[in-house]
Design a protein around this ligand. Structure first.
Ligand code: DAH
Length: 339
């Protein structure tokens, strides 16, 4: 009997040692210690053992059972620990690894310049307003003193939608919208998209942006226009920037001018950037035409004002020394990332 128990124990331990999975261990437990297990069978055979030997044999069976159980438990714990360790290893996070790149957006150079222009004018007490991109002939042309036979109204230059509607060719119509509100004085800038029937090339696009400006109050003179735009140029291009006004013609201003700034590259000496002249053209401006004031319900004998308009892309190209406007619209991330 004793030998039989020894044999069972040895076999059980061997099987436990060779087992490699938790279910396997369970099978071993059942096959030795379960109701129909080998050790249980030995207990059942006790009735054939002599009465005086029974306590001794019973003790032996119990010891064997406990030994097998202890090894089973120990092996089970070991296996469970190994499983947990493997799991922890596979789920481990290496905090020293570089983080995954999170690509958040980036301001477009046009936006950077627009916000800079807005900041400068807000600092001078201006309001930033917006006008509609789809306009009527009245706001885009007529109310700006542009007569019906003006060449700008040709289909070659303007995208007409139908009847009276068109895509605005300039932001100047926002002047009219603001004046019609009937609230004076006005100090506003109006950035926005404009459209012209142009072929795409290095300096043209059928869609681009302008920033319009308008001031209406009592006693506004050309001196206010010059002082304001000179200060603006200094803030945008640097404090040594000089400005120069050349006479020009716009239907909605009288007198009208174009403003040049001293080349911020060479300081005015003349370089490749300013094509040797020392000056760079930046915007159109003038004193609001009395006809425009009258059409918008403002008495030109009581109020006067000045207006200006600049191409946003033009300023962006100059400021960042970009030589092809198409780069601003292609949205190539490698290009945009530089600003
Ligand atoms: N709207 C003009 C253009 O598209 C620019 C301009 C010139 C706007 C003079 C003005 C201005 O407000 O006074 O060329």
């Amino acid at each position: 009997m004793k030998e039989k128990l020894e044999q069972i124990k040895a076999e059980a331990l061997k099987q436990i040692q060779n087992s490699n999975a938790l279910d396997k261990l369970n099978e071993i437990r059942v096959s030795y210690l379960g109701k129909k297990g080998e050790l249980t069978a030995v207990l059942k055979g006790m009735k054939d053992v002599a009465a005086e030997d029974r306590p001794k044999i019973g003790q032996l069976v119990n010891d064997t059972r406990q030994e097998i159980e202890a090894v089973l438990e120990e092996t089970k714990a070991k296996m469970e620990r190994a499983v947990l360790e493997a799991k922890m290893k596979s789920e481990a996070i290496d905090v020293t690894l570089p983080a995954e790149k999170n690509f958040i957006g980036h301001r477009h150079p046009d936006t950077i310049v627009q916000e800079e222009v807005e900041r400068i004018f807000i600092g001078m007490g201006y309001e930033v307003v917006e006008g509609p991109e789809v306009e009527t002939d009245y706001y885009n042309f007529e109310a700006l003193n542009i007569p019906a036979d003006h060449p700008a109204k040709d289909e070659q230059d303007t995208f007409f939608i139908n009847g009276d509607f068109l895509l605005r060719t300039q932001t100047s119509g926002t002047q009219v919208h603001e004046m019609e509100k009937g609230k004076l004085p006005i100090r506003m800038i109006a950035p926005g998209r404009v459209f012209r029937s142009d072929e795409v090339d290095a300096t043209h696009s059928p869609s681009f942006h302008q920033i319009e400006g308008l001031v209406i109050d009592r006693h506004i003179t050309f001196a206010d226009l010059k002082g304001t735009l000179a200060e603006f140029a200094r803030e945008l291009f640097g404090e040594n920037t000089k400005v120069k006004f050349r006479p020009h013609h716009f239907n909605f201003t009288e007198p009208s001018a174009e403003m040049d700034v001293s080349c911020f590259k060479c300081g005015g000496k003349g370089c490749r950037f300013c094509k040797g002249s020392g000056w760079i053209e930046i915007l159109g401006c003038g004193m609001v035409h009395p006809n425009v004031l009258t059409m918008s319900g403002i008495n030109p004998l009581e109020y006067s004002g000045f207006a200006f308009g600049m191409g946003l892309e033009r300023v962006t190209l100059l400021k960042y020394e970009i030589d092809d406007m198409r780069l601003l619209y292609e949205n190539d991330i490698r290009f945009l990332k530089q600003f």
